[in-house]
Every structure is written in structure tokens, then in C-alpha cells.
Design a protein around this ligand. Structure first.
Ligand SMILES: [Zn+2]
Length: 469
């Protein structure tokens, strides 16, 4: 299968090529085989996608998201972090069945493709039973999105007709059950056996990891490594009360390709140690700002020599729009730089292209995928996005990087290719079951909500509050 993307404004994000105001991209069997000025590539018989008037760029990379929460859109918009932990982790997570788990992940994957996100790291902490794990993996695979399905070694409450507060407390506080390890290996072997699959297998660490003594953290890391994941991920906001971050760096025990999320309060010294250890970092601007988690770390980490990316995090908070996240990060960093200056500074410090890199090539590097995705370079996987700038809101434009960041929404994502396969064209996902799916998703979300409404909330809330007193 050969496809020629013809006469677009090509933003390759490849430092050796740069932008081509009139460029062509040739795709053969899912791989980019040529990138050059318009009319210079000979490809007789190729299917031609006319990209004139459009911006052509690499597929976007979302380095951290909890995709199952897509079914609960918007419920978290006014939550604090502690509201989120109670509501999402202790309440809603116990209300999913196989159908809602499957549809949540399918919806999140389709939402990604529609928004030009061709690679997502799903930090999947809804592993409440083997059947639910199957549903989650199948949902993301069936969407066609690429990335890493990270099985979280973390217990999840399951609510039946009766709620036993002792059992809830136990589930939420004990170490991850051993059945997770065999179940995760089964999921890996059943769905992610290929070496260079579009969607790969990874492991997510339990949420409590950064707050535990080094000996326990090492146990978690070896449980993760024993599963031979492509990527290990985990939430990590600060250096930890036991200084475990520095200790792990000194002992060089991080698994290959570890990407931590957030890192807001990791001090400069520990950021440098992480960078030196080859651990990467992913910033999720919307929730980190909205929930007051702390200063954004991606650019500081990059300046310290680390590989940094950007993520959308909570699917129940805002839509998965990596470009919007990158723009937010840019403005927050510009604002931070100007703090303390009596007048608006003469230099704003960072550019649109700096943060577009986080959403493409740098983001790919943070996931250990820079040899495969992240730029329009010969030999890389043909994950390609065509943006049609809105004639009223985005044209005429000058810098295409500024155009995609400042005046583009998922509505302007016209065409998306994953591994050379056209999954969106003329602004529409190429699936003929979207109407049926929409109804199934609506019904499944209503069922989750109905189960949530029946939970003995005060009882669960008091167990939860007790964990932090
Ligand atoms: Zn998260």
C-alpha cells in the first residue's frame, strides 16, 4: 500500500529537514519512505491525499492518561486532588463492569485518533478482575490507537450488593495482590506479544510507591521488571519523604524506559539525577494547574538534560487534546518566567515550537519511541496528522507551529494516519459503527452512574478519610 501526501505545509519536527512550505510525504507499507519538496517524489500508482492548504505534522504523543475514565467526561472539572482520589479511585472505579471498561477504553482510543493523538500511554489502574483487564486491553486495541497499555499493579475496590468497610480498607491499603502479576503476564501474552506492535505492553506502579521506604519500592520495581514491559510508568510528584528517588538513582535500579508523571516538586538536584539515570518525565498541565499540584516540570527537566513529554491525564476532567495541553504549558511557563519582573519582560523565553516538540519528538523520546515515531522522518512509522486551519479562526497563518497550537482544535484535525492506515479523513473517523457505539457508551455511562448513586457513600468516605488521618 503506497500513499502520497501531496503539497502540504509539512512540519516534520525532524531537525535535519525542518519545515517544507510545499512538501510531499510518501508512505509505503506503513513506513515513511520519502519527505521532499512538492512534485519531486515519483510514486506512480500511489493513492494521493491532497494536502494543499493543510498543515502536515507527526502524530501527537500523549504520555500519560487514564483512558478508562473517558466514560465519565467532565465529572472531575471541579474536583480537588483529594476529591479525585476519593471519587475516581475509591468510588467510581468500583462501579465499572466489563462492558463499561471496554467502552471507556474504546472511546478514549477513538477520541485520541480524532484529536490527532496516535500514541497514548494508558496508565490503566482499573484492574479489578481478569475479565475487566481483558475488556480494557481489547477496548484500546479495537480503537486502533498506538502507544503503551500500562497494566497498573494496584488493587481496585469492587462493590457488590453489600459493602464491607473492613474489606474496602484492606483493598485500598494492602500491597498489590499477587494475582496481578500472573494476570498482567497473561494480558501481555494474549494481546501484546509482537515485538514492535502499534500498541505495546507496559506496567504502571502503584500510586503509593513514592511514599514508601526504598525496600518496598525496589520490590515494586522488580515486580514490574519481571513482566518484561516495554515501558514502566508511575505517578511521582516529589522527591518522597524517604528520599527514595535519589536512592534509586544512586543504585541505578530504574527499569529501562521508565517515565514518571508530574514531578512538580522534585528539586533541581533530583531532576538532574533522574535525567542522568535515563528516567523520563511527563507533565500534565491542565490537572496540575487546576488542582494546584505545583509548578510544571517538563521544561525544567528538559533543561536538566532529561527527556520530557506531555500528557492529558484525567479523561474525566478535560478532553484529550495534547495541543491544548502544550499551549497551556507554554503560557504557564511564560507567566512563571515573568514573575517578579515589574514590567512585562522583553523576552518571553519559550516558543510555540518548544512545546510542540513535547507533544511530538520529545514526547516520543520520553517513551523510548523516538526511533519509531515523533517526526516525519524517513524510516519512521507513518503516524501523520493533517490539519485544515479554519478559514475564519486560523487563516491566514504565518508560522504553522503557532497555528496548530493557538488556533487549532480537534475539529480542524482533518486526516489522521496510523502506521499508514487512514483512520480519519475529511474530518470524520472512518468507522461505520459510531452511531451504535454512541448509544452503547451512553447506556454504559448511565449504568456506572446508577451503581455509583447506590453506593453507601458516607461509609466509604469515612474509610477513605481514615486512611489519611
Ligand atoms: Zn495520572
Amino acid at each position: 500500500m503506497t500513499t502520497l501526501i501531496s503539497d502540504g505545509h509539512v512540519v516534520t519536527m525532524d531537525p535535519g529537514i525542518g519545515d517544507l512550505p510545499h512538501g510531499d510525504v510518501l508512505v509505503e507499507d506503513g513506513i515513511i519512505t520519502a519527505v521532499a519538496g512538492h512534485g519531486t517524489i515519483s510514486a506512480p500508482g500511489a493513492e494521493v491525499i491532497d494536502a494543499s492548504g493543510m498543515i502536515v505534522m507527526p502524530g501527537l504523543v500523549d504520555g500519560h492518561r487514564h483512558v478508562w475514565q473517558s466514560l465519565l467526561r467532565g465529572v472531575a472539572a471541579d474536583w480537588s486532588l483529594s476529591d479525585y482520589m476519593l471519587e475516581a479511585r475509591a468510588l467510581y472505579s468500583g462501579c465499572y463492569d466489563e462492558d463499561s471498561a471496554y467502552l471507556g477504553n474504546l472511546l478514549g482510543g477513538l477520541e485520541s485518533l480524532s484529536a490527532g493523538i496516535t500514541t497514548v500511554v494508558d496508565h490503566c489502574h482499573l484492574q479489578s478482575s481478569p475479565a475487566i483487564s481483558d475488556a480494557l486491553a481489547r477496548g484500546l486495541l479495537d480503537s486502533g490507537v498506538g502507544g503503551v497499555f500500562c497494566y497498573a499493579l494496584q488493587n481496585v475496590p469492587v462493590y457488590g450488593d453489600d459493602v464491607d468497610s473492613g474489606e474496602i480498607k484492606d483493598v485500598l491499603t494492602r500491597l498489590p495482590d499477587e494475582w496481578h502479576d500472573t494476570n498482567a503476564a497473561r494480558i501481555r501474552d494474549t494481546y501484546f506479544a509482537g515485538d514492535r506492535q502499534r500498541l505495546r505492553f507496559g506496567v504502571a506502579l502503584p500510586e503509593t510507591t513514592p511514599y514508601l521506604p526504598g525496600s518496598l519500592v525496589r520490590q515494586f520495581l522488580s515486580r514490574a521488571s519481571a513482566l518484561s514491559p516495554f515501558l514502566v510508568t508511575g505517578h511521582w510528584v516529589d522527591s518522597g519523604p524517604h528520599g527514595v528517588l535519589a536512592e534509586l538513582c544512586a543504585d541505578d535500579v530504574w527499569p529501562d524506559r521508565t517515565c514518571l508523571s508530574h514531578g512538580n516538586h522534585i528539586d533541581a538536584e533530583d531532576l538532574a539525577k533522574l535525567a542522568e539515570a535515563g528516567v523520563s518525565l511527563c507533565t500534565t498541565p491542565d490537572i496540575e494547574c487546576g488542582m494546584g499540584i505545583g509548578p510544571l516540570a517538563a521544561l525544567r527537566f528538559r533543561e536538566a538534560g532529561g527527556a520530557a513529554g506531555i500528557g492529558t491525564d484525567l479523561s474525566n476532567y478535560a478532553r484529550a487534546d495534547v495541543l491544548q495541553q502544550a499551549r497551556l504549558l507554554l503560557q504557564v511557563e511564560r507567566f512563571a518566567l515573568a514573575q517578579g519582573s515589574p514590567k512585562p519582560p522583553r523576552s518571553i523565553g519559550y516558543t510555540a515550537r518548544d512545546v510542540l516538540a513535547l507533544a511530538t519528538l520529545d514526547g516520543a523520546e520520553a517513551l523510548g519511541l523516538a526511533d519509531t515515531i515523533g517526526s516525519l522522518s524517513v524510516g519512521k512509522r507513518a503516524d501523520i496528522v493533517l490539519v485544515r486551519p479554519d478559514p475564519l479562526g486560523a487563516q491566514p497563518y504565518t508560522d504553522p507551529a503557532a497555528a496548530v497550537l493557538f488556533t487549532t482544535s480537534p475539529a480542524e484535525i482533518d486526516t489522521v494516519l496510523v502506521e499508514g492506515e487512514v483512520v480519519k479523513r475529511d474530518g470524520l473517523l472512518r468507522r461505520d459503527d459510531l452511531g451504535v457505539l454512541h448509544q452503547r457508551i451512553t447506556d454504559a455511562a448511565a449504568n456506572v452512574r446508577a451503581r455509583y448513586d447506590k453506593l453507601p457513600r458516607p461509609e466509604i468516605e469515612s474509610v477513605w478519610a481514615g486512611l489519611f488521618s
